[in-house]
Ligand binder design. Structure first.
Ligand code: PLP
Length: 409
């Protein structure tokens, strides 16, 4: 968007070259934003510009290009510090994505926990916030407990309180469910866990694209996200960690950049954040992710949220006008995600017909099989809306669903 605080949907859509594409001979309608958001031209340009004018390895060379690339990379770290309101920029670690960030933390806790220690997960998690912790449990004999959900797709807070004890060492919950859009009460979850001295990791992959996050206000011990879900490139993730926790955790990977001194007898590790950034990182991607943050801040996350909420309301009403639609996750406090099925028709069959109309939605279990098991379904059709979507696009989807219903009933 060209330096305007006004929300101008025409100008916003012009910022995303891919939105002009045709798919199957039809105008692309992109509703798979919870999987990956599209990339604005400023972000694409920043990658081209990096390789055209700045490409060099960082932190290593005394030469001009290396210094400039290092400045740009570290500048991105400062942007994320400010964006998340972290105390120090050394509390921001760049990774390859939320999955990598969670694995880094879970792996670190292997050295800090012992057999019989308890960890708490929620029923609403993406597999990437379940499996790394299960691997930890298998390795050291820790016990994983699960915060249950209700029919509305909300976590049952009173049940969470019952799970907490002095044995609880880590709680890991997403800020927003990718499958249902539920916004979880993470501030309260963190505060309760802290009463028992447990650390809390918040998976913010689905929160960062939609609303402001203040890690100090939340008092989160760890907070993770993926740049490709907030209009940045793939292959870049962030991990915020409180300094005291990042100091305690051992390094995840060994290699260049993360050391202080290496001899064959012993290696000492670099200070934060380098301790967790072994090897050459995705330099252009990190810089471009900083540009993505500038881009969404230029529009304003409050403006984005308001627009997306209006789209969510419109899409929900329109969908419910179709006989046989069942929406999963009906809490009032949700982001612009709608998971649904149509009668007994398989979600995949509907997805294919919608795709023929040039409309991209996600079908399946959305890497959240425990949620599907709860509802006793194999999967759903998931519509996930961004601020570049329009009511007209939702109308096209509704027509495509009606068409699919006629063809498949
Ligand atoms: N956590 C949540 C809530 C997600 O929605 C996703 C991806 O959909 C992930 C984690 C994993 O993100 P990535 O594949 O970028 O590592």
């Amino acid at each position: 968007m060209k330096n305007t605080t006004e929300f101008n949907i025409v100008s916003i859509r012009e910022d995303f070259p891919i939105l002009n594409s045709k798919v199957n001979g039809k105008q692309l309608v992109y509703f798979d934003n919870a999987a990956t958001t599209q990339t604005p031209k400023v972000v694409i340009d920043s990658i081209v510009s990096y390789y055209s004018t700045l490409n060099a390895n960082i932190h290593r060379g005394a030469h001009y290009l290396s210094q400039k690339a290092t400045e740009a990379y570290e500048g991105a770290r400062k942007k994320f510090q400010k964006h998340l309101n972290a105390k120090n920029s050394s509390e921001i670690i760049f990774t390859s994505g939320s999955t990598h960030s969670i694995n880094l933390v879970a792996n670190g806790f292997i050295g800090l926990l012992k057999s019989g220690d308890e960890i708490i997960v929620s029923h609403l998690e993406h597999h990437s916030n379940i499996v790394p912790w299960q691997m930890l449990c298998e390795k050291i004999g820790a016990i994983m407990k699960v915060i249950p959900m209700n029919q509305e797709g909300e976590l049952i807070f009173s049940e969470y309180e019952k799970l907490l004890s002095n044995e609880t060492k880590v709680v890991f919950v997403n800020h927003v469910s990718n499958a249902l859009g539920t916004i979880n009460p993470v501030k309260e979850i963190i505060s309760k866990a802290h009463e028992f001295g447990a650390a809390v990791l918040i998976d913010g992959a689905q929160a960062l694209p939609h609303f402001e996050v203040d890690v100090k206000d939340l008092d989160a011990d760890f907070y993770v996200g993926s740049a490709h879900k907030f209009y940045g490139p793939t292959g870049v993730g962030i991990l915020y960690g409180k300094e005291k926790w990042l100091e305690k955790l051992p390094p995840y990977q060994g290699g260049g950049e993360m050391i202080d001194e290496v001899t064959f007898e012993k290696t000492t590790y670099a200070k934060l954040p380098n301790k967790f950034e072994a090897g050459t990182p995705n330099i252009s991607g990190v810089i471009a992710s900083g540009i993505a943050i500038d881009y969404i801040n230029n529009i304003g996350l409050k403006t984005i949220l308001k627009y997306e909420d209006a789209l969510l309301k419109y899409a929900t009403e329109k969908l419910l006008e179709i006989d046989g639609i069942k929406i999963y996750g009906n809490t009032d406090n949700k982001t612009s995600v709608i998971s649904f099925n149509l009668g007994n028709i398989h979600h995949y069959d509907i997805g294919s017909i919608i795709d023929n109309e040039g409309i991209a939605v996600r079908t399946g279990h959305h890497c959240a099989q425990p949620i599907m098991d709860y509802y006793k379904i194999p999967g759903t059709i998931r519509l996930s809306l961004s601020f570049y979507n329009t009511k007209e696009e939702i109308d096209s989807l509704i027509s495509a669903i009606i068409l699919a219903k006629k063809m498949l009933s």
